[in-house]
Design a protein around this ligand. Structure first.
Ligand code: 7RM
Length: 635
């Protein structure tokens, strides 16, 4: 796939202006040139943010796996598609070529078919970062089944909620996973989840850790024997451009996680085109994104974007700290990684361990460094630039969301001059706007506001599974005719964007988005708890950590507070997962409330951040007296 070879900022602006002057013509040209279609579209774009409804390449027919696999066979059959690096460095890496991958996807897809999975059925994938994970996504896509990957760090309760919300017929899992020194019995978690899931007919189990697992007769089967018996040939199911490709859950500020629905053609075009340009991928490069495929970053930039470009994509099973903090750099050296894409929380964690882990390794293969998931602080940016990129490899600070499907605001390496902590400029076709709280657009530079997008791009999520009304309310109701991101941003004197963080009740902890409401709901299930409020506070490695204010039903010292803290975190672990555990829990006599009964999180946020110089006006609160008490006992 060629790109625009944007070499200077002036060139970026030329292409960018063209892309926003006529987005339909721009994306049509890219779609024409770079992809394999069974039939081309009748109409490039129709949209209405009021409904809301967005359709790209309507009438087109395709299969995304033909773009990721079949079309590379003639020219890249022996090229490595997925380079699997296991948790244990002593275990050999696997070099899965495009031809191997094609055969393995076909076998897997044939197994799915034999189990009765048809176009449009939902399949839940709950797997660690092993090749079967990437293969299972593609196998679903090959036959038109809608995959719903659930990150394998989520608890049984969280898994069950997601399986039921999208009515999955099948779960694909493994006996367990390796995470550094630990092993986790994933199949047991699935068994527990399935006690509450009546719609699941079959469970396929990959073997990874060779643990004993209970296999339920008539429901559970080992994957490998089925694959061995399956044909490696299968004609891909022809899909419509707007047929759903996958569902991926993301936390909202309230209620259930939202099953974001991405469709086929637009997602393919945008993930592939951004991959090529943002990482400046060249034919012999080895690209590595450290995300888990359980998140959107892994979907778009480990699997679909790279494979649609015929790239070599590294897939790493382990953690950055095992066997020691040099593991990432050891892998970069071993596989001569050219593009490296990770999260600020990983950078901060590694920076803390010192440069001696970096200096042992030859990082001269690196050409582009990426960051994603949360705002990167200046210190981490410079550490990355100085010690990893050696000021040679530009940093692309890429801002985007599960909902956007692909990178939205980013530098173009070797073209956009970078600026620490700035995601810089909109990608082709992206029209950002900053809005004030009254709903007016803030024009000009050196301003800040709420980040919205004015015009559709090909990979915008089309709906929330089963709840279009919520999709409308969450993204299209705050500002007329705009997609609202939930983020705040500022625009500097040259028009560069810096994302300042969420303006809603989503807190990003170590790059994981957590809604406060589900955590509070979990805490409130503890029999001793009357009510609770969660806020984020700055943390030097995690970016944010969670601070819980908990009011007990019976005050007084009747219960041991340390035990209660353990029990509360235990409930959170069971209901959501260990990523949502609270760093600090303060027991309070009451929580500050407005007269309409809403908890004033703004005040709680300031207290948790030890920033109490200006709490604002607290006199209008229903219970102003509790503020002093909370401040006096702050942790
Ligand atoms: C890709 C991804 C989305 C939220 C988003 C932001 C935050 C992501 C950046 C960032 C500052 C960045 N999808 N975010 N990238 N904030 N700079 N480069 O992370 O759905 O999991 O999260 O993440 O708040 O709204 S996500």
């Amino acid at each position: 796939m060629s790109n625009y070879h944007i070499k200077h900022l002036e060139e970026y602006y030329q292409v960018y202006r063209k892309s926003v002057r006529n987005p339909e013509a721009f994306w049509e040209e890219i779609a024409e040139e770079h992809f394999l279609w069974r039939k081309k579209w009748d109409n490039v774009l129709s949209w209405d943010f009021k409904k809301p409804e967005v359709k790209w390449f309507e009438g087109a027919k395709l299969n995304i796996t033909e773009n990721c696999l079949d079309r590379h066979l003639a020219t890249r059959g022996d090229k490595v598609a997925i380079l699997f690096e296991p948790n244990d460095p002593k275990e050999e890496a696997q070099h899965i070529t495009y031809r191997d991958l094609y055969h393995r996807v076909n076998q897997f897809a044939n197994v799915l078919k034999s189990k009765g999975i048809k176009k449009g059925d939902r399949v839940c994938i709950y797997l660690p970062m092993i090749p079967e994970l990437a293969i299972s996504l593609l196998a679903c896509a090959r036959i038109g089944a809608i995959h719903s990957v659930v990150f394998a760090g989520f608890s049984a309760t969280a898994l069950a909620t997601r399986i039921n919300d999208s009515d999955c017929k099948m779960v694909i899992t493994s006996d367990g996973s390796y995470r550094g020194k630990k092993t986790i019995d994933l199949k047991c978690i699935v068994d527990e989840a399935l006690e509450d899931c009546n719609g699941v007919e079959s469970v396929l189990v990959a073997k990874r850790i060779h643990s004993e697992c209970n296999m339920k007769e008539g429901r559970d089967e080992w994957l490998q024997p089925l694959l061995d018996a399956a044909s490696d040939q299968l004609t891909a199911t022809v899909m419509d451009a707007e047929d759903p490709l996958f569902i991926l859950y993301t936390s909202g500020s309230t209620g259930m996680p939202k099953g974001m629905v991405h469709t086929t053609a637009g997602y393919m075009v945008y993930s592939a085109y951004t991959f090529k340009n943002v990482f400046q991928y060249r034919e012999n490069d080895v690209y590595w994104c450290t995300a888990d495929i359980g998140w959107i970053t892994g979907h778009s930039y480990i699997v679909y974007g790279p494979l649609a470009n015929g790239a070599t994509s590294v897939m790493f099973e382990g953690v950055p700290s095992y066997p020691d903090y040099g593991r990432f750099w050891e892998i970069v050296e071993k596989h001569k990684v050219s593009q490296f894409y990770t999260a600020p929380t990983a950078i901060r964690a590694l920076a803390k361990e010192g440069v001696e882990h970096v200096e042992k390794h030859d990082l001269s293969s690196l050409k582009v460094l990426g960051t994603v998931g949360e705002p990167i602080n200046e210190e981490a940016w410079h550490w990355y630039d100085d010690n990893i990129g050696k000021r040679r490899a530009p940093i692309v600070d890429t801002w985007w969301q599960t909902e956007t499907g692909g990178i939205m605001i980013t530098p173009i390496p070797y073209s956009t001059p970078t600026k620490p902590t700035y995601a810089t400029l909109p990608f082709m076709g992206i029209q950002p706007a900053l809005m004030d709280e009254q709903g007016k657009e803030i024009k000009g530079n050196q301003v800040d506001g709420r980040l919205c997008i004015k015009f559709p791009w090909p990979s915008i999520a089309r709906t929330i599974w089963g709840n279009h009304q919520r999709y409308k309310e969450t993204y299209f109701s705050a500002y007329e005719n705009m997609y609202f991101t939930g983020d705040g941003a500022l625009r500097d004197e040259v028009g560069y964007y810096r994302i300042t963080g969420r303006v809603d009740d989503v807190i990003i902890v170590s790059g994981h988005n957590l809604g406060t409401a589900p955590i509070e709901d979990a805490i409130n299930e503890h029999p001793a708890v009357a009510e609770s409020a969660i806020v984020g506070f700055p943390h030097d490695v995690k970016g944010n950590a969670l601070y819980g204010y908990v009011t007990l039903k019976e005050t007084g010292e009747s219960r041991n507070h340390d035990n209660l803290r353990k029990e509360i975190n235990q409930i959170i672990t069971e209901q959501i997962g260990p990523i949502a555990k609270l760093n600090k829990i303060q027991f309070t006599n009451g929580l500050p409330k407005t007269r309409s009964g809403k908890i004033m999180r703004r005040i709680l946020r300031k207290i948790a951040s030890k920033d109490t110089s200006n709490l604002g006006d607290t006199s209008t609160l229903l219970n102003p007296e509790c503020v002093q008490e909370i401040m006096d006992n702050a942790l």
